[in-house]
Design a protein around this ligand. Structure first.
Ligand code: SF4
Length: 195
């Protein structure tokens, strides 16, 4: 076999990373250089990141009670469309953001990984709620079927703690993700009384 070709595009070969991680018993950490594209145009990259950050397409994917708070965020009171992230898509191929909202059990884990792998790259993950972060109230010795943190399965970009986190908490998570993507924190709109 010849040397493995690196993609010019930032295509995230997660399937391969997941395989290596499984083979190493979860200890494999990808080399930062491995994830970098060969050609890098900073200005283009910055513009693309700004566009990506302000037009996130989350997946319609809720696992438990936290999903209700995620749905609230899409409704009029919290209105996540103010940040361009309201277009929930039913197909992972049209999504670039997975919000893991709820308890991940071992039976669900393979399906979750498959969905993540089917998402378009580049892609991001928010672990919403204590269950997605660490198993939450179900992480007890007697409970054999809960995955204690979705970051054991897929890479997580932002953790939003709480049981459940309020919609404002998830909104803060989305703003944090935008900051991570662009390197800039955009100010939260403040209420200004009319003059
Ligand atoms: S963190 Fe709490 S609210 Fe969220 S899924 Fe777990 S038990 Fe439900």
């Amino acid at each position: 076999m010849g040397e493995e070709k690196k993609s010019v595009l930032r295509v995230h070969s997660y399937a391969e990373l997941a395989h290596r991680r499984e083979e190493s018993g979860g200890l494999y950490q990808p080399d930062a250089a491995e994830e970098q594209p060969i050609i890098r145009l900073d200005l283009v990259e910055n513009i693309l990141n700004l566009c990506r950050a302000n037009s996130l397409w989350p997946m319609t994917f809720g696992l438990a009670c936290c999903a209700i708070e995620m749905m609230c965020l899409g409704m009029a009171r919290f209105d996540m469309s103010r940040y361009g992230a309201e277009v929930f898509r039913p197909s992972p191929r049209q999504c670039d953001l997975m919000i893991v909202a709820g308890t991940v059990n071992r039976k669900m884990a393979p399906a979750l990984i498959t969905l993540y792998e089917q998402m378009a790259a580049p892609k991001w993950v928010i672990a919403m709620g204590n269950c997605a972060i660490s198993g939450g109230p179900f992480a007890v010795r007697e409970n054999y079927n809960v995955v204690e943190g979705v970051d054991r399965l897929i890479p997580v970009d932002v953790h939003v703690p709480g049981c459940p986190p309020r919609p404002e908490g998830l909104l803060e998570g989305i703003l944090k993700l935008q900051e991570k993507m662009t390197g800039t924190r955009y100010p939260f709109p403040q209420f200004k009384p009319p003059r």
